[in-house]
Ligand binder design. Structure first.
Ligand SMILES: O=C(O)CCC(=O)C(=O)O
Length: 319
């Protein structure tokens, strides 16, 4: 997806007293050199058609070690997480740390990484907010670790977007252990299902028409069992029908990061605490919905400096 920044204009800054339309045609644009690249047209089209994008080897083996250390650090602290909610379906076979970014600064590296920011900037058309940060450690289990469902609750479940529309909400799963064999806690998905509304509508968004066969170990014919290596990233919208295979190999360790537009509400925090935001780059703070002390309610819909703030993060191009 190419994005020509257009002719040179002055930087967009808040509080100049000038109307944005006199400064720049689009607030998505920037004169700064970005540290990220957008998805290619081919990648975008593949995501559009299939409802997922498997980015192989996005993170290096060193970065994988870094991620594993973050997981060990947080799990070693007792995996502190947020208060229970009536909709949570956390189970004994999985350690699930919600709002993990408040437990460790080590996640910032991944969240602010140009290799991850670029695809999200494409899919969410530059309005990118982090809605949740989770660590998953999935242990061994002979039956499916998760049954077929969509994400985001029953209200969002009915929304279907036209082909070519920017995504509404997205998950990025970063794999830190080997999930290249069957029955190793693989992510299961039905390609194209992101544009289908399940027949059943229930509070937890499980899809009984597929769950009943899955209890017998049967998958729909068109289902894909994702074979992910450490360092791979899977992007998918909340509307994609997905489940998790049994795990008969080894503990599976991943981050699952939730994203939406700036005008969405987060899932596992209301506002990040000041001490968390203070350690972050301006881009990452913006991705946590922080506009600084002079925020205007309209900023979430019409952020005047979005292109400039999102151009560069704190990882100096990544490692
Ligand atoms: O653990 C996984 O692979 C996916 C978890 C899941 O079902 C979800 O993110 O909604």
């Amino acid at each position: 997806m190419t994005d020509d920044p257009g002719p040179a204009r002055p930087p967009l800054t808040k509080g100049t007293g000038m109307h944005i339309a006199t400064i720049r045609e689009s607030t998505m644009k920037t004169e700064q050199e970005r540290d990220w690249s957008p998805l290619t047209d081919e990648q975008f089209e593949s995501y559009e058609q299939n409802g997922y994008l498997h980015l192989k080897g996005l993170f290096t083996p060193e970065e994988v070690q870094r991620g594993l250390a973050v997981i060990d650090e947080v799990v070693g602290q007792g995996a502190p997480t947020i208060e229970n909610h009536a909709s949570f379906t956390d189970r004994s076979h999985t350690v699930r740390v919600r709002d993990a970014v408040t437990r460790t600064a080590g996640m910032d590296y991944f969240l602010d990484h140009p290799k991850l920011v670029g695809p999200l900037m494409t899919l969410l058309t530059n309005s990118v907010q982090i809605l949740g940060t989770e660590i998953f450690v999935r242990s061994l289990q002979d039956e499916a670790l998760e049954y077929w469902h969509t994400d985001g609750g029953e209200y969002l479940q009915r929304v279907r977007l036209a082909h070519g529309s920017p995504s509404l909400q997205i998950k990025a799963q970063i794999f830190f252990t080997d999930v290249t064999r069957s029955d190793s806690g693989n992510f299961l998905l039905v390609p194209g299902s992101h544009r289908r509304v399940p027949t059943d509508q229930t509070a937890l968004c499980y899809i009984e028409e597929l769950d009943e066969p899955l209890r017998r170990g049967e998958l729909p014919g068109e289902a894909v069992e994702v074979k992910a290596a450490p360092g791979d990233v899977l992007l998918f919208p909340y509307s994609l029908w997905h489940a998790v295979a049994p795990n008969k190999t080894q503990e599976r360790k991943t981050f699952i990061l939730r994203y939406g537009h700036l005008w969405h509400r987060p899932h596992d925090y209301l506002q990040q605490p000041a001490e968390v935001l203070e350690r972050m780059s301006p881009r990452l703070r913006r991705m946590f919905g922080d506009f600084g002390p002079k925020v205007h309610p309209t900023d979430y819909y019409k952020p005047v400096d979005q292109g400039d703030v999102m151009a560069v993060g704190g990882n100096h191009g990544g490692e």
